[in-house]
Ligand binder design. Structure first.
Ligand SMILES: NCc1[nH]cc(CCC(=O)O)c1CC(=O)O
Length: 315
């Protein structure tokens, strides 16, 4: 019997659901597992939006320390929370099958009218705030930090009329009954990796165990798409807090990956997008090509403006 696999995870209900999902898959493959909860900066610093916390990897850094010290064997992350580049001594071993990728509007009001003037939507995502300014100008946004349960409590208290969230998290937490609108992914293009679960490990983990874990957990079509999206994000030099977006899809019949990527200005006025496709073997180059096109067509200026605004507000 091989040794027990120690699975590192944040302690939120969603993170624990994802960790148990990984544990179930590994147990079905005949591996014993243990779940180890590690609190991250993003879990405790809740009084600021993520771009104000500054440090990269607010939801991943402490888990990566656990991988280095040998405290855990694998770390389970929401793929969208993983930095565009990870430390050299670590690797992303697997991406699990992606859930429906859309952003959704969640509310206790069954008759929620998205076009209502003055509608208040809760989100702390720079991407969602910018897209709402562009596609739902009648609405305003309010900061909504904290885990899903905390945000739903604030929603019930009336701090906002509705929340904008990833379908994946809402569904995994069984809140589907509160979904009032599914936002079209052609306009509210999701964040890189949205909907997938990423498994990270130390490069030094035993190769046979790595192969066993990869075989039990990786979803090849999702992995291909996320490789394209992450190459896009890396080229954009973006962390979690720039309003970039990317969605790759696999055309299995044609053996090609299609990538829709872009950048939106914080005020929603500029929406620079690019759609290209490539052979499955060329997904990294596809991500780079799409990002370079977006940067060349005004994306670089958007990023410069954001950097200037953040430096001014930090001064
Ligand atoms: N840190 C935010 C975060 N990271 C992963 C999810 C949802 C699950 C996913 O997209 O895979 C969420 C919440 C949200 O965006 O609504």
């Amino acid at each position: 019997m091989s040794r027990t696999i120690r699975i590192g995870t944040r302690g939120s209900k969603l993170a624990l659901w994802q960790a148990h999902h990984v544990a179930d898959c590994l147990q079905q493959a005949g591996l014993a597992t243990e779940i180890v909860i590690i609190t991250t900066k993003g879990d405790v610093v809740l009084d600021r939006s993520l771009d104000k916390i500054g440090a990269k990897g607010v939801f991943t850094e402490e888990l990566e320390v656990g991988l280095r010290t040998g405290h855990i064997d694998i770390a389970v992350h929401s793929a969208k929370d993983v930095q565009s580049s990870i430390p050299e001594d670590l690797e992303l071993l697997a991406f699990m099958e992606r859930e429906q990728v859309n952003d959704v509007v969640v509310s206790f009001h069954a008759d929620l009218d998205l076009q209502r003037p003055g509608l208040v939507l809760g989100t702390s995502s720079t991407r969602r705030k910018a897209m709402l300014k562009r596609f739902l100008p009648n609405a305003t946004t309010a900061e909504a930090r904290g885990n899903l349960q905390t945000r739903l409590r604030k929603l019930e208290e009336g701090q906002y009329d509705a929340l904008v969230l990833a379908y994946a998290g809402v569904h995994r937490m069984n809140y589907d009954g509160l979904i009032r609108h599914v936002l079209p992914e052609t306009r509210f293009v999701p964040a890189t990796g949205q909907g997938s679960v990423a498994i990270e490990c130390a490069r030094s983990l035993e190769p046979t165990l790595k192969a066993e874990l990869h075989h039990a957990l990786d979803h090849p079509a999702t992995h291909l798409c996320l490789a394209a999206e992450r190459a896009f994000l890396r080229t954009m030099e973006g962390g979690c807090s720039i309003p970039s977006f990317a969605l790759a899809t696999l055309d299995a019949a044609a053996g090609t990956v299609h990538l829709h990527g872009g950048l939106i200005s914080l005020d929603g006025e500029q929406f620079i997008e690019e759609m290209q496709h490539a052979e499955a073997s060329q997904v990294e180059a596809l991500g780079i090509r799409v990002a370079e096109s977006v940067l060349a067509r005004g994306g670089q200026q958007i990023l410069e403006t954001i950097r200037l605004q953040r430096n001014e507000s930090a001064a």
